[in-house]
Structure formats: C-alpha cells, structure tokens
Design a protein around this ligand. Structure first.
Ligand code: SF4
Length: 219
C-alpha cells in the first residue's frame, strides 16, 4: 500500500515561487532590522537615513522627488525632512525649477551620515559574495525581472534601472555586451545593468514596454 504513495516531499512541497517569496521575506526582514539598528546607532530613523543616502547619491531633491524615488508617502518624507532640518543635517532652499517647492540639500554632517547610510545594505553583498559567478548571474537576472514586474504593478518606484531608462538600447548587437547605453555611448552586458543609476531618465510608459520586450528578446 505504501508503495503506491508519492514520495513525501512531492506531496508536501510548496511551489518554487512561493518558497522564493518566503526566502525574500526573510531577507527583507533582515534588511529592515539591519537598517533600523544602523540608523539607531547614528541617531536617525531608517527613513531619515534613506533620505540622506538618496540626497548624497543624487544631489538636492524636493520632497516630492524623494517620495517618488523612495516609494515613501509625501507626509512621511515631510516629517522626516523637518527633523533632519532641525538636526542641521539638511538645509532647505527655493527650487529654481518650481518656485513653490523647496530643495533639500545635505549639510556637511548630513552628507557624511548619508554616505554611511548608503553602505547599510552592504552586509547583503557580503552574503551574496559566496555564491558562484553563475549563481550570482542567475540571481541578478531574477532580481532585475522581479523588480521590473513590481514596478509594473506600482509597488516599486520606476527609477534607477537601465531597463526603464530612455537611454537604454537592449539587444542591439551580438556578443557578450549586447546592450547599449546612449547616455555614455557604450556597450553593456546583462550583468552590468544598473539598478540605481544617477543618470537614469525614466522612459515614457509605451517606450518602457517596448524596451522590456526587446530586452527579453535575445539576439
Ligand atoms: S543612463 Fe544609466 S540607467 Fe540609463 S541606460 Fe545608461 S547606465 Fe543604464
């Protein structure tokens, strides 16, 4: 009778996608915990650290721009920015592009803390370092596709990634570096794609779809 039953784990294993989601959830919790701890050591909240890191990476930004880039609501950004100004970590000035908006700029001390906050996720890089080059390539490809999917659903801000950039020309040539960045006029390989490029310029939605379709079409 027992010979007719399926092996135990064929009956009792969740689909791969579900187990990947469980794994990502564990990783996300570790990242959140690390960010909280590191922020705490610097006397900041995790959001304040994210704001400083973003201002260091991209230069002065308005509250709305920060909200869009970080995927954090504008009221939360405004509250954190007010505290950063009170702590003399950020200054506010008129935005010459929009007279009614204010630009946030890190002070010298704010820039130092922001540079440190940019290194908060580095413990993850150390963990990934142990994967083989093939595993890293497969992981990176999965990360790019998963982020792109979540961007499509409006769950991650559309910023920083080559595959949504107006300068990106996917699969324009054969060989190891099939893509092209028109901004710097240089070829790039799939494993060289940027996830947080300061020069990223968001392509219009229809162009983004065309870029993605072309990216998925090899050769
Ligand atoms: S500008 Fe940056 S994001 Fe855009 S294609 Fe070039 S490297 Fe990628």
């Amino acid at each position: 009778m027992s010979g007719r039953r399926l092996p135990y784990f064929e009956e009792h294993t969740e689909p791969m996608a579900t187990r990947i989601a469980t794994g990502l959830h564990k990783i996300a919790l570790a990242m959140k915990q690390q960010a909280w701890q590191q922020a705490n050591q610097e006397g900041l909240s995790a959001t304040q650290g994210q704001i400083l890191a973003e201002l260091v990476a991209h230069g002065p930004l308005t509250g709305s721009e920060l909200s869009e880039r970080l995927g954090i609501t504008l009221p939360t950004i405004s509250d954190s920015a007010r505290v950063l100004v009170e702590k003399s970590l950020v200054t506010k000035s008129k935005d010459p592009r929009h007279p009614r908006a204010s630009l946030l700029t890190p002070t010298k001390k704010g820039a130092t803390l922001g540079a440190r906050a940019r290194s908060w996720p580095e413990f993850m890089a150390a963990a990934v370092q142990d994967l083989t080059p093939e595993e890293q390539r497969a992981f990176f490809s999965g990360v790019v596709k998963t982020i792109r999917n979540l961007q499509d659903q409006g769950l991650i801000p559309v910023s920083g990634m080559c595959v949504t950039c107006t300068h990106f020309r996917p699969n324009v040539r054969a060989g190891a570096s099939p893509h092209h960045c028109a901004f710097v006029d240089a070829p790039l390989a799939s494993e060289q794609l940027r996830l947080d490029c300061p020069e990223h310029e968001r392509a219009p939605e229809t162009t983004r779809s065309a870029i993605w379709a072309q990216f998925l079409r090899p050769g």
